[in-house]
Design a protein. Structure first.
Length: 262
């Protein structure tokens, strides 16, 4: 971690004000918006089995993809920029899923997620810029692109489920299928963000990997329930998530690994 320069201008006044807001918003999405509750409902008993994948998707979206960057930036303000980008991309994914699913009410959720970026997109003193990867280090982007193709198919399945009126779960008045469609779109977009190694790239990389591996693992265990990737694609999702971590880590520019957590 870098040591603040006592002679530098105090540009961190914003984070001292917005850190509590980032934490409050993180708690809102993960607790009051039932992110953690739905994520852990898998362990609550057999009555939750039929909707376990839909609950898992909701939980991953609002706990890992939304609350995690807010809480991380609240603790380490230097992650504010990349956290804000992740939140905007998450909001965009929900908006696109809402439009495709014909559920305009979800645009409220999309606006709330994207708007949460205002709590973390604040000026802070940063370390010197880290050189970008050489063009030869193309494979994190290629890996993300390959996954995006598969995730698009899963998103299409979830959109179709909404239009077909398949059994659904509802949390705080919002259907789960559109969020299930938004999750793979968010994974694709944020994986693309991680692949270009922005400052703090470890945050989006980790969030995407956790979601892919978790959703894949539950799908392997419950291949028969609604929203499952199935055993084969569940394994593929987990492998893709781990592969993204390996690809971004190995091709990170010199000094990037340290800067990613400062």
């Amino acid at each position: 971690m870098t040591t603040p320069d006592a002679t530098a201008p105090d540009t961190a006044a914003g984070p001292r004000v917005l850190r509590p807001l980032a934490v409050v918003l993180g708690i809102f999405w993960s607790v009051l918006f039932f992110g953690i509750i739905d994520l852990t409902s898998y362990f609550d008993g057999p009555e939750w089995v039929p909707m376990s994948l839909l609950a898992t998707g909701w939980g991953l979206m609002f706990t890992v993809m939304v609350a995690a960057p807010l809480l991380a930036a609240g603790i380490w303000p230097s992650l504010g920029d990349v956290a804000a980008l992740q939140l905007v991309l998450g909001g965009l994914a929900i908006a696109v899923a809402a439009a495709l699913s014909g559920t305009p009410a979800h645009l409220i959720v999309a606006a709330g997620v994207a708007g949460s970026a205002a709590a973390v997109a604040v000026p802070v003193r940063r370390p010197p810029p880290v050189p970008r990867p050489h063009l030869r280090d193309w494979w994190p982007g290629a890996w993300a692109a390959v996954g995006s193709w598969a995730w698009a198919g899963y998103a299409g399945m979830a959109v179709a489920a909404t239009w077909r009126g398949l059994a659904d779960d509802v949390t705080v008045g919002f259907q789960h299928w559109p969020v299930q469609a938004a999750l793979p779109l968010a994974l694709s977009l944020v994986a693309g963000l991680a692949a270009i190694h922005p400052a703090g790239w470890a945050l989006p990389t980790t969030c995407v990997a956790v979601c892919a591996a978790w959703l894949g693992a539950v799908s392997v265990i419950r291949p028969e329930v609604l929203g499952s990737l199935g055993a084969v694609w569940g394994v593929a999702a987990a492998v893709w998530g781990v592969g993204l971590v390996v690809a971004t880590w190995i091709t990170a520019p010199r000094g990037g690994r340290q800067a990613s957590v400062e």
